[in-house]
Design a protein around this ligand. Structure first.
Ligand code: SF4
Length: 954
């Protein structure tokens, strides 16, 4: 027990490791008596967002149950700190409505009747169906579709062991737009800002409260700020992050690239840029623009050409487009230039994910980094690939031979990830079917746009033969599955994680806490579900066992990848899978473990994380390895090649590795864009989004203004359309909710449970003196939803906003549902493709083993806006452009809170309109996509070449 001190220094921020085996606290419930509680602390990794923060599970030694979760001080990225969602894991694992056993539907699909089944039956059923599909050369009919990954590499390995191109993900509703903007510059598709050492930080996000890797980043942004860095936030919404900023720039949505290019022009025009860096590290010699070719020209002539090209991006122009004051644009641009190599930024969803052409925000933002020389520097922008570490297992299968056009169709050759939001439309068009479909912690009916098209697909047994929802909680999608398979939360599973949290590299080890503790006490388990609550399993063991079920005798060549590296021909265990990697693939870990007399696996089980390296900067300047240099050649553009492959580039007469782009430099000019039919986007550009004010005007028949309204006809209202037109921001996150998985957390839902429509007071007056709480009807292109107004000055005029999180619904009042978070609804298909939803009741107190469920005091579950959005696949990136042009009016007498109507015939028509904007492959040399652009779960190179006979579209 820690001794009490008056100055408070006894209050341990985090328990020291040497006390983790017996940590003593007083029982708060016994106060004022001093009753000691003894805990054993076991590290694991939070599963409630992608950040991978370190948790410590406090296991009560008296009961053997997890009592709470706090931060793991030994985790290098989160350093003992958590957001609200980390500790809330305790409410998820003890939720009385959670799924504890594998379930199989016992009535029609979507009918809500379920019966318990066994893991053996599940493995037998799926093993048999998948084996048959593989034997009949229908491998592309087996698809794994992931929502929250929370692990690295194991699924790629599994699917490649099966020999199929079957990996689908949620990335095209999340981040693929920003990814293209970044990768065109430097191949890496994500930023890794060094916020802690920055002097100026620009966020196009709400990064102090939400966003990618936000807790590890938020603490470093505050560190940077405390050391004197200025913070600017570009966001039409006054987020908590914007409220902490030195400059809040409430830009009109979709105009961010105009502001960023105007800043670039200030830096270029006032000669504040780092000429040495631009000269050495961009491919300026390849520039071709406005009839100017850099070939044979001086660097100065190229800078002049750039100045001419971007001349239209004056601060005044940017102000007209964005609403951000010209003087603020100039001031922040000069401050960014002053910060120079210590300029950090972040952009992930928001402007990139909301807008047609949103990828240009990332590309324009990178231009600021290039001009200030803040790439790879302390306090600057690093590459995610430099700061993420993914160890490799003992044996890896070769890449698959096939190309699945349901995932990467010809129309979007530059999409960074699978075109997953379009799956229902692809199946409707007859592009294929799915024999076995695994949705993994994934709820597209609720999370995706156009959820009713997903329901139409999922309930159709011709289109989807067999569907297993691998999920810890009941969901709108699980309802339409054949099997619901309970998978563990943060403390109930193994996973290995690493993220680009700072200028270093780390790995974190998620582990099933109760199994680990009991094994420490000498108990043995074959499988994690034997130690978890009920029969909750983990995916690692599930995939190993399913692979054996598909190929029981090894004749198909699959089983070999799931055999032990230590015991020939025996089934691989998770201890062996991770133990081998920790022994052989993580530099320094065996030595660190040996110092404590531990094996590497024991070390990771003890600490839960390991820092592989720190201070990773400027890896582009690393000399080319002598082995690569020997026998290499230098091409005319300075690229160093060996056996036809680029291995580096000459800079200052030295052969250095550079970046993994075709020029091995930062690509200011993208020949790839020109070669792949988008020559107008060879440079970073700005063009108007589908929800720009001019597009709004065009949608109601007013003449477009002077600047290009590229895609105004995309939205066509019916002739009798009512209400005023606004841009709806539907994707902002609340700090304490998890995309689709907060539903079983009583703490998180008590904190926030409604999603009213944010509305500026001037717009409230325009709509007829709307007050907070009034009922509004919001019309989209394919339907409408009805919700309450929240009148606030925290949002720019002309824009309305609705949080991404709420509006969970359930079709059954009590059984096989999450009651804490959802409204009970009546759902009717009133005509072909015409869906009507009405709330029957909101959240109500209910009786369970947890007395808190009877103390539920809120009734509002929010309104599910995503159902009313059609898909908007960006013609370049394929990213779903989330922002909506909507018409808002006061609700009528017959409208009720939560009412929803959608016509999926219209949503299919909108999909066709957007698809018509694409410029499909094949590209140069008959390629499906550029070879140098990364592809998840990459097939062998031959599969990149299009052959009409292999194509569903040929
Ligand atoms: S940021 Fe919050 S939800 Fe995300 S991993 Fe960290 S503690 Fe968990």
């Amino acid at each position: 027990m820690t001794e009490f001190k008056r100055d408070g220094s006894h209050l341990a921020y985090c328990p020291p490791v040497e006390k983790w085996d017996d940590w003593v606290e007083y029982d708060a419930a016994a106060w004022p008596r001093r009753v000691e509680k003894h805990y054993q602390l076991v590290p694991t990794i939070c599963f409630n967002c992608e950040s991978g923060c370190g948790l410590l599970a406090y296991v009560d030694k008296a009961t053997g149950e997890v009592a709470k979760f706090e931060g793991n001080p030994k985790h290098p990225a989160s350093r003992g700190r958590l957001c609200a969602k980390g500790p809330a894991t305790i409410t998820q694992i003890h939720d009385p409505d959670r799924i504890l056993y594998p379930m199989k539907r016992s009535g029609p699909r979507g009918g809500g009747q379920w019966a318990r089944t066994s893991w053996d039956e599940v493995l037998e059923t799926f093993g048999t169906r998948i084996r048959k599909a593989f034997q009949e050369d229908r491998g592309e009919e087996v698809m794994y579709h992931v929502g929250r990954p929370g692990h690295d590499f194991i699924m790629e390995r599994t699917l490649q062991a099966w020999g199929i191109d079957g990996h689908n993900s949620h990335t095209n509703v999340c981040s693929s737009s920003a990814r293209l903007g970044y990768l065109l510059w430097h191949h890496a598709d994500r930023p890794s800002p060094d916020h802690a050492n920055a002097r100026f930080i620009l966020l196009l996000s709400a990064h102090l409260e939400s966003g990618h890797y936000f807790n590890p980043h938020a603490q470093r942004i505050i560190e940077g700020k405390m050391a004197g860095a200025k913070l600017a936030v570009m966001d039409p919404r006054l987020s908590n992050t914007a409220s902490m900023a030195d400059y809040w720039m409430p830009s009109y949505p979709g105009t961010e690239a105009a502001v960023l290019l105007a800043m670039a022009m200030v830096i270029l025009g006032e000669n504040l840029f780092d000429a040495g860096f631009v000269r050495n590290w961009t491919n300026w010699e390849e520039l071709e623009v406005d009839g100017f070719s850099a070939r044979g020209q001086s660097f100065e002539a190229v800078i002049e050409a750039l100045n001419r090209h971007y001349a239209k991006f004056t601060p005044e122009f940017a102000e007209r487009e964005s609403g951000v004051k010209a003087e603020i644009i100039v001031k922040t641009a000069r401050e960014i230039a002053t910060a120079g190599s210590r300029f950090a930024s972040h952009l992930w969803r928001g402007s990139a994910s909301g807008n047609l052409g949103g990828w240009q925000s990332a590309r324009a933002l990178m231009l600021l980094h290039v001009l200030t020389g803040s790439v790879g520097t302390p306090g600057g922008h690093n590459l995610n690939a430099w700061n993420k570490f993914v160890p490799r297992p003992f044996k890896n299968p070769p890449p698959q031979k096939h190309w699945n056009e349901l995932l990467y169709p010809l129309e979007w050759p530059l999409c960074t990830h699978e075109m997953s939001p379009l799956l229902p439309h692809f199946l409707k068009e007859g592009r294929g079917r799915i024999e076995a479909y695994f949705t993994r912690v994934f709820n597209p009916v609720w999370t995706y746009p156009d959820g009713f098209s997903w329901i139409e697909m999922l309930r159709d047994e011709e289109k989807v033969g067999l569907h297993a929802a691998l999920t810890p909680t009941w969901s709108e999608t699980a309802w339409f599955a054949d099997y619901v398979l309970p998978m563990g939360f943060s403390s109930e599973r193994h996973d290995l994680m690493s993220q680009e949290s700072y200028a270093g590299k780390w790995i974190g080890f998620r582990q099933p806490v109760l199994r680990v503790l009991q094994e420490r006490q000498g108990k043995k388990f074959d499988y994690t579900y034997q130690a978890n609550p009920g029969e909750v399993w983990e995916e690692d063991e599930f995939w190993i066992n399913l692979s054996w079920a598909i190929d029981p005798d090894g004749a198909m060549g699959i089983r070999q990848w799931f055999e032990s590296p230590y015991r020939a021909g025996q089934k691989l265990t998770v201890d062996e899978y991770y133990g081998w990697m920790f022994e052989n693939s993580v530099p320094g870990l065996p030595e660190a473990a040996a110092k404590e007399g531990l094996k590497p696996l024991e070390y990771m089980r003890k600490y839960g994380a390991y820092e592989v390296t720190t201070d990773v900067y400027k890896l582009n300047e690393k000399p080319v390895a002598p082995a690569d240099l020997s026998g290499s050649a230098v091409e005319a553009n300075g690229v160093v090649t060996k056996a036809g492959k680029a291995v580096g580039v000459m800079v200052d007469e030295k052969a250095v590795v550079g970046y993994n782009t075709p020029s091995r430099k930062l690509e200011l000019f993208s020949k790839t864009m020109a070669d792949w039919k988008w020559p107008e986007f060879a440079l970073p550009e700005y063009y108007r989004s589908h929800i720009h004010r001019a597009a709004q005007a065009a949608s109601i028949g007013e003449p477009a203004t002077d600047f290009d309204v590229r895609y105004a006809p995309l939205v066509e209202w019916p002739k009798d359309a009512k209400g005023d037109v606004f841009t709806l921001l539907p994707i902002f996150r609340l700090p304490h909710l998890i995309h689709t998985r907060s539903g079983n957390s009583k703490f998180l839902y008590e904190m926030a449970h409604k999603n009213p429509l944010w509305l500026n007071p001037t717009d409230a007056v325009k709509l007829g003196n709307i007050d907070t709480g009034d009922l509004l009807k919001v019309h989209t292109e394919i339907g409408f939803f009805v919700l309450h107004a929240w009148v606030t000055e925290g949002l720019a005029p002309g824009v309305v906003a609705c949080s991404h999180h709420m509006g969970r619904w359930r079709l059954n009042k009590e059984d096989h549902v999450e009651r804490m978070s959802s409204a009970w609804v009546d759902l009717k298909e009133v005509g072909k493709g015409q869906w009507k939803m009405r709330q029957l009741s909101g959240v109500e107190p209910y009786e369970t083993s947890d007395p808190d469920t009877q103390r539920v005091w809120w009734s509002d579950a929010g309104v599910h806006q995503n159902l009313t959005f059609p898909v908007h696949p960006d013609p370049v990136t394929g990213m779903h452009c989330w922002h909506q042009m909507v018409r808002v009016e006061r609700a009528s007498a017959g409208d009720q809170y939560g009412d929803i109507f959608v016509d999926t015939n219209l949503s299919f028509a909108v999909y066709q309109r957007w698809k018509a904007l694409t410029r499909p492959a094949p590209g140069p040399n008959g390629l499906r996509r550029p070879l140098w652009i990364p592809r998840v779960h990459r097939p062998e190179e031959a599969a990149f070449y299009f052959s009409p006979k292999d194509s569903r579209m040929g």
